[in-house]
Design a protein around this ligand. Structure first.
Ligand SMILES: Cc1cc2nc3c(=O)[nH]c(=O)nc-3n(C[C@H](O)[C@H](O)[C@H](O)COP(=O)(O)O)c2cc1C
Length: 229
């Protein structure tokens, strides 16, 4: 008989994992970092190519260089309502983990997929997203806080960070995970209801949201997200 114990554990963990944007400087044990990456090793990847590498940055000087680049060139997300306040920042966190994609692994894809750039990009980005999410869930399971930081949003950001940490040309940065202990708890998250998102069998236009509903909800989530930064 199926009991929901395992499922409940999983759902609790999924709900516990939140994006934290303000960290304490307290160090994280190396063992925890290894455990975070251990989960990612088991993530599903396209044709089991496992095109990932992980760079753990703890060195203060390197971190400062990365912070400078990301703050200058990173995603310009600013809540105008908080213009005068000090912005929340990942910079106090003790560890940054970069998840890299090694594109040479594409030779492990079957048939012509490895020669189709759009297909390889799609397959590898999905593979890396799996690994990355596992890492964030593992951090939450260890009582740690984490932030998914888009460190490759623009070519110049990625190149600058690659140079700081010495990444060869064949590899790119998927994204950066900020790891530490939370300095302030996240706000309650709004999520779409199960009835709104699930559809069965033969669906038609009437099963999905109207353009107006999509726009109205997007405005709500955008405002919520902005207030979290
Ligand atoms: C692809 C992707 C990119 C993201 N990039 C950033 C980012 O650059 N900075 C940030 O603070 N959060 C980033 N996030 C986190 C989202 O803003 C966050 O997951 C969302 O607001 C929901 O909040 P939650 O993570 O607390 O559940 C990213 C999330 C994803 C999936």
């Amino acid at each position: 008989m199926v009991t929901y114990t395992e499922y409940d554990c999983l759902l609790n963990l999924v709900r516990k994992r939140r994006t934290i944007r303000q960290f304490l400087p307290d160090p994280v044990p190396d063992e925890y970092i290894t455990r975070i990456i251990e989960t990612a090793r088991w993530a599903p990847s396209a044709f089991h190519t496992q095109p990932w590498e992980f760079v753990v940055v703890k060195d203060e000087e390197l971190k400062n260089k990365i912070v400078t680049v990301l703050e200058q060139l990173g995603p310009p997300i600013k809540d105008p309502a908080k213009e005068s306040l000090e912005r929340k920042s990942f910079k106090d966190a003790p560890v940054y983990i970069f998840l890299l994609c090694d594109w040479r692994a594409k030779v492990g894809l079957p048939g012509q997929a490895s020669e189709n750039t759009a297909q390889v990009t799609n397959l590898f980005n999905s593979s890396l997203a799996n690994a990355f999410l596992y890492m964030h869930l593992a951090a939450a399971a260890l009582g740690l806080a984490s932030q998914w930081y888009t460190a490759s949003s623009r070519l110049e950001v990625e190149s600058a960070v690659k140079e700081i940490i010495g990444i060869p040309d064949a590899l790119t940065i998927y994204d950066m995970m900020v790891v530490g202990y939370e300095a302030s708890p996240p706000d309650t998250k709004i999520v779409r209801s199960i009835d709104d998102v699930v559809h069965y069998n033969d669906c038609g236009l009437q099963d999905f949201r109207t353009d107006e509903e999509v726009i109205a909800y997007a405005e709500k989530t955008k405002a919520w997200c902005m207030s979290q930064h």
